[in-house]
Write a protein that binds this ligand. Sequence first.
Ligand SMILES: [Zn+2]
Length: 433
Amino acid sequence: MGYWNARVEGMSAADIHELQFKLLKTQVYRLYSFSPFYHERMKAANVHPDDIKSLEDITKLPYMYKKDLRDHYPDKLFVGGQEELVRYHVSSGTTGKPTVVGYTQRDLDNWSESIARAMTSVGLGRNDVIQVSYGYGLFTGGLGAHYGAEKIGATVVPASTGNTERQLELIKDLRVTAICCTPSYFLHIAETAEKLGISIQKDTQLRTAILGAEPWSEKMRKRIEESTGINAYDIYGTSELSGPLFTECTAKDGMHVWGDLAYVEVIDPDTGERLGPGEKGEMVITMLQKEALPIVRYRTGDITSYDDSPCACGRHHLRIARLSGRVDDMLIIRGINVFPSQVEYTLMTIPELGEHFQIVVDRKGVLDNMLVRVELKPSAFSDKIADLMKLKKNVEYALRNSLNVAAQVELLEPGSLARFEGKAKHVIDNRSD
Ligand SMILES: [Zn+2]
């Protein structure tokens, strides 16, 4: 099993914890001295850097929220002057102000290092041609994957998003072996290939896909892998943390969070109670070495669980599970919590259904109404109304069983829903409040 950085990746769990404690101490002293924001927050929480006597004492530190980044727009949370910065990224705010992330050279180096380890852990290296089909620019996806791929000596095709036929031409002609993009965009590329009569397996060298920036299910992975013959890996990261950072290794059993760079906690989002291995909750991340925009106990809003047992690949860096969604993506339908990822998972268990779906929520009087619109597979598309009615009933039954709330189902002709080059929009919530 190849390591990019054997000294760090091969560390024992005890050594990782010892290193994390040292890095945490250093970061907390630094912030107490140089960040007015953290200084005030720590004072308000009645905690001094000297109170951090073990790694577990991290729980004494206050949380940091996305709102803090917005409230301190654009750069009031930064530590150090503009002369220390070498780059900005800006995330598009779906609500309110965008958030700005600044990077020192060391921040960029650590970011690339994280991706370099991740890409090596899925078997990529100097002999690979990696097409980066995440957006380049203010969004962190494109440049993040780009510099990681260059670092391991791979050849990069900076395709960015869009012009799917051209993407396929590049994949064929430049003998691309791996691609980085969103799962929904990969599906779109695969569909386009099929339409053009290109077999990804036979006509291209593409064998690896690193897919992320939106939640996707294990069933979706199976489908992608079976229909295209590639290995699909999950990747996690957000702009506040730097950008895309952590992927699964070849064991495909959770994404390794490099312990020298980040410390993960999972908590109950309502009570703040710390959860144990395997328990689902909100992920709270502390970036242990970030310089320009420090991130300590950041409430990511992402729902996952962690596993700190040794991985089959031999690494002891803890793994986080595929995201189940975001705290704020959760739909409350008639008082029941519903994650779009649960809907996707259930739909993918039904072989007649395609990969594209949409959830529409309305309120009629006081009752919430959930409509799930899903495309049929071309092979399942039929003119026989009786067959379709039966299938519709089956899908409604399956959804009701897994979500504990009734959903209406509309079966659609293949290709009728909008396709996305970046993140897919799976939910339309028409309720006014
Ligand atoms: Zn592993």
